[in-house]
Write a protein that binds this ligand. Sequence first.
Ligand code: URA
Length: 445
Amino acid sequence: MNPIEIIRKKRSGEKLNREEIETLINGYLNGRVADYQMSAFLMSVYFQKMDFEETAILTEVMLRSGVVVDLSKVPGIKVDKHSTGGVGDKVSLILAPMVAACGVPVPMISGRGLGHTGGTLDKLESIPGFRTNLSLKEYEEVIRKTGLVLIGQTNEIAPADKRMYALRDVTATVESIPLIAGSIMSKKLAEGIDALVLDVKVGRGAFMQNEADAVELAKALIGVGTQFGKKVIGFITGMDQPLGFAVGNWLETVECLDCLKGKDIPDLMEVTYILSGAMVMLGGKAKSIEEGIEKCKETIQNGKAWNKFKELVAIQGGDVSYLEDVSKYPKSKHIVEIKSEMDGYIKNIDALEVGFVSIMLGAGRMKVDDEIDLKAGIIFNKKVGDKISVGENLAVVYTDKSDDLRTSIERLKKSIFISAEQIIPNKIIHSLVDEQGVHPWYGCG
Ligand code: URA
């Protein structure tokens, strides 16, 4: 079959077989399928979807387009976490050292921020000297020595995803469940993991805007992972307001350092503990998620998570002195406090709009090759439900950009809604999804 027939078949809503999916993906990599044909195929999948069998084949073909790392010589059950992305989502920086300090090896291949969402790699690279571009040989060496490693997607890992993602990004085909599942799982399965915990975000600042889509995505990811013999569970978590207080790479890293040293930022730590507790359980070091959470909490109290993070930063070339003394870091040209113009309670902080404002401030990128300012961002002083008075600090903006400053501040002010009535914030962890289905989450114990 030629690519045109395969595109037409998908366009009419028919199911594709392995040979057809291989023809398209492999043909795209070897130049027999053009960019415009792949774009048409992606748009057909966007509208006509794929069933579970097609999604699993797509994932496998994308996975086999590159190297699958073999970490079988690293002792222990290797567990990673993947978040579908959000604003202020800095969980990996706290969770990875906690889980590694519990004795569960954590190999992580992460992404960069794109569009309104942030990315783990940019946050790590805000630490002077930190290298995320390790070779796969170095990746194996680091996890063997420290029990954790955090790098970016190399050219050898799922190259089909790298090229297809770049095309999806500019053809409005990112928000498709089979394409997201194929993209995420092809990279995760290539890392050398045994198990995976998913954080599927739902809400204004997430790819998935409603609960039903988030659950469908979680089920697709879990189904594919399980088919490849991995233990996978997921949590559906809220992403209506930014997670924690900080948005922007270095600002978020500093917030993580505070948490690693024992600060409790309730929404951020609730998500971090549930995901890390589940990882420790899947890694065989706890019998339940609750026990996993207790073990993770101990690593904060006894300083082991903090020491593990410093060990990681040092081995990946980062300058640990910036972690010990964050005041050494260069300062933004403009540091502007935004004050409340009314009394009341914070009703909402629109995560999507905050993500776009952070791009205007220089903290994010719209195109993959845009330069970012690692110092730029926002620190909120309030969360949804908090009381606020006229003249009180709502947020502080950090940027070197003079041109867009006034517009950014106006947009940020409009993204924070204040109500005269008291607000009860929505719960952040909605449900647990596993092979058996969806289980509402009422908390531990
Ligand atoms: N993250 C990915 O890696 N791929 C997607 O398609 C969406 C989010």
